[in-house]
Design a protein around this ligand. Structure first.
Ligand code: WTA
Length: 630
């Protein structure tokens, strides 16, 4: 039921999902283990906004990801863990083993005081314990908040405080290529401003001998020894919170997106199986980090609920050399490979011999996510990795959407390079013009909204429903606004053109310009900053900062390094500006609003026609900025 194998199936299912959404989703949801079925499939009102799926249903997502596979697939590999260093052994963790590890970890959390509804911050490298910790939270009904292990102490502290976490799980360190990172040191620093955290569980991984704070810090290996593997799953309501995951917003404060149990489970599973055309026995590898939504939905919950074998990779694509991905594909005979355009663009720069050394004949389907994939990268990926025989699934979606929204279905949808193509069943896009009207028909361009709920949409921003409403449901009342622009061509295919708000996507990571600006402003010599994105060959977008200083810098380079360090400390290295131009003023309107349009043009190197500048307070500043452009 609901299986799509041909384009006709797709059309039929899509129609059904639009005409009878409740029937459609209750059929899909029939393929799971529920302790109790729902009373009502959907209740919604985008004006409030409020969305509830499968109300009255009881479940635990881990029973669907683990327990139900044990009868037939206990000995099948659930997770292949590929270490940072290719000379170390990979680990094959069966469903039985994963089940036991998750239950033990869950009992360890309980023994350390974690209860249903508590928020748990997880700050771990890509090691199996990260998967255990996430699923252990879900097992006992605690809410996980995974923070990407590249974020700074301040970023961790903000997230811990915002979610009111009372426990943190971390490790004594992480590998990153040939470097190591002291995660525990970052946590110690973060904890200085998080008095609510009473317990830090530390996985001893690098054995680096980190200091432990008595009364607060405990070692994972000590605690796990005290518990057994018997941990019945907590019964959850479909609409109970499963996790919080932070994403950047257009103000400085990140948004804690809230996802709930039932709808998220149904949708991530359905979209995983449908878009990739996953078949039993396939080995699947998503190269994302579990610190991002892609890792949550498509390393863990989607594949595991489908009983797949999912690869979890600790390392980076460039170490020890540029063949690292291809080597791992050969080693594990990967059938479905899912990565990001920024990775493809950097791999594309390395000599082809790194690809040619390895046997990639196991590959059947390729995927891309995180930002628009440019034609050149698409073609390179298709030709050199897919050898022209693997469809590329360009999946458009967001932290907020929980799962794929617009994407080709492998071997079903006719592909067009750089197009996310068509909406999946259940997804109803509407393209809007700037005056808020829906643009009908094809060959159009506008802002992308979704006009009907889908099961895995975020339900709120943790602790701030008003902000949720303002950010997503106010620009186009009655519709969910994605923040993206798009085109719809003559075939009805969608092409995502990028963000139309103050978010820039750098190497696939969402960063709010306001967040970066306030970090730069922390530098003692900085008065004011404006940040915009500019096209970058590898990262997709780079960060260009225009900075006004109190004192004109005598050594500009030195100040640039200091500013980058400041940003690195406050947000994390991913947010460091690529270019910093010192200016004496910013182009502001009479009402004091920065005209970013002008700065964007300068950053793009397109200073020929800056458009109308007559509304500026001081048009002369534009000439100075143009003259000093980097
Ligand atoms: C962008 C990542 C074009 C988009 C899953 C979106 C994409 C933002 C694509 C969400 C794609 C993601 N084509 N753009 N295939 N995938 N984006 O929350 O701008 O980290 O709004 O979720 O990334 O990023 P997020």
């Amino acid at each position: 039921m609901n299986v799509i194998r041909t384009f006709e199936d797709y059309q039929e299912q899509y129609k059904k999902s639009i005409e009878h959404p409740e029937n459609f989703w209750s059929e899909v949801a029939g393929n799971f283990y529920w302790r109790k079925k729902w009373d009502k499939v959907l209740e919604w009102d985008f004006h409030k906004p409020e969305v509830k799926w499968f109300q009255g249903a009881k479940l635990n997502i881990t029973e669907n990801c683990l327990d139900r596979h044990l009868t037939k697939h206990a000995n099948q590999t659930a997770i292949i863990w590929e270490p940072n260093n290719p000379d170390d052994d990979a680990k094959h963790i069966t469903y039985q083993q994963l089940f036991e590890e998750v239950c033990k970890t869950a009992n360890m959390l309980k023994a350390n005081g974690v209860k249903k509804g508590d928020r748990v911050c997880i700050y771990l490298p890509m090691i199996p314990e990260l998967a255990y910790a996430v699923l252990a939270c879900a097992r006992i009904g605690a809410v996980h908040s995974v923070v990407f292990a590249g974020f700074s102490a301040k970023s961790v502290a903000d997230r811990v405080q915002d979610a009111g976490c009372n426990i943190v799980i971390t490790s004594d360190g992480a590998h990153r290529g040939e470097k190591t990172i002291n995660l525990k040191g970052i946590i110690d620093q973060a904890m200085e401003s998080c008095p609510g955290v009473s317990c830090v569980i530390v996985k001893e991984y690098l054995k680096s001998g980190v200091p432990m704070k008595t009364g607060r810090d405990v070692y994972w290996h000590d605690e796990i020894q005290k518990v057994n593997a018997d941990c019945p799953a907590e019964e959850m309501d479909a609409e109970d919170m499963l996790f919080i995951l932070y994403t950047s917003g257009s103000t400085g404060k990140p948004k804690g997106m809230v996802h709930t149990c039932g709808g998220y489970m149904v949708y991530t599973n359905y979209t995983f199986k449908t878009a990739f055309q996953y078949h039993e026995g396939h080995v699947y590898w998503c190269t994302a980090d579990i610190g991002w939504i892609t890792g949550h939905s498509y390393i863990l919950y989607g594949p595991l609920s489908a009983g797949a074998t999912t690869v979890m990779f600790e390392g980076i694509p460039s170490w020890p050399d540029w063949g690292r991905f291809w080597q791992a594909i050969e080693r594990h005979k990967v059938n479905i490979f899912y990565t990001a355009p920024t990775a493809i663009r950097s791999l594309q720069q390395a000599p082809l011999s790194f690809v040619e050394k390895y046997d990639l004949s196991s590959l059947k389907v390729l995927g891309s996510v995180g930002e628009p994939i440019n034609e050149e990268a698409w073609n390179w990926y298709d030709k050199n990795i897919g050898k022209g025989k693997c469809p590329i699934i360009d999946t458009w979606w967001q932290t907020e959407t929980g799962g794929f929204m617009i994407t080709p279905i492998a071997n079903v949808t006719k592909l067009k390079p750089a197009h996310a193509t068509l909406p999946l069943p259940g997804v109803q896009p509407a393209v809007m013009n700037e005056s808020g009207l829906e643009i009908e028909g094809n060959n159009i361009e506008g802002r992308l909204t979704i006009k009907f709920p889908w099961p895995s949409m975020a339900r709120t921003i943790y602790g701030d429903h008003q902000r949720f409403k303002e950010t997503y449901f106010s620009s186009f009342p009655g519709k969910y606004f994605t923040g993206d622009g798009c085109k719809r061509d003559n075939d009805g295919y969608y092409r995502i053109t990028g963000r139309v708000d103050d978010i820039i996507i750098v190497s696939g990571h969402n960063l709010g310009t306001a967040e970066i600006e306030s970090a730069i402003d922390e530098h003692a010599n900085v008065i004011e900053t404006a940040v915009v994105g500019f096209p970058h060959d590898i990262k997709g977008q780079g960060i260009y900062a225009f900075v006004i200083c109190y004192e004109k810098p005598t050594e500009e380079e030195k100040l640039r390094v200091e500013i980058k360090d400041t940003v690195s400390k406050i947000i994390g290295p991913i947010a460091k500006p690529d270019k910093i131009q010192f200016v004496s003023g910013l182009p502001k309107t009479r009402s004091g609003k920065i005209m970013r349009r002008i700065l964007r043009k300068v950053a793009e190197g397109d200073t020929g026609n800056l458009g109308d500048t007559t509304t500026l307070l001081d048009p002369a500043v534009v000439d100075e900025i143009k003259a000093g452009a980097l």
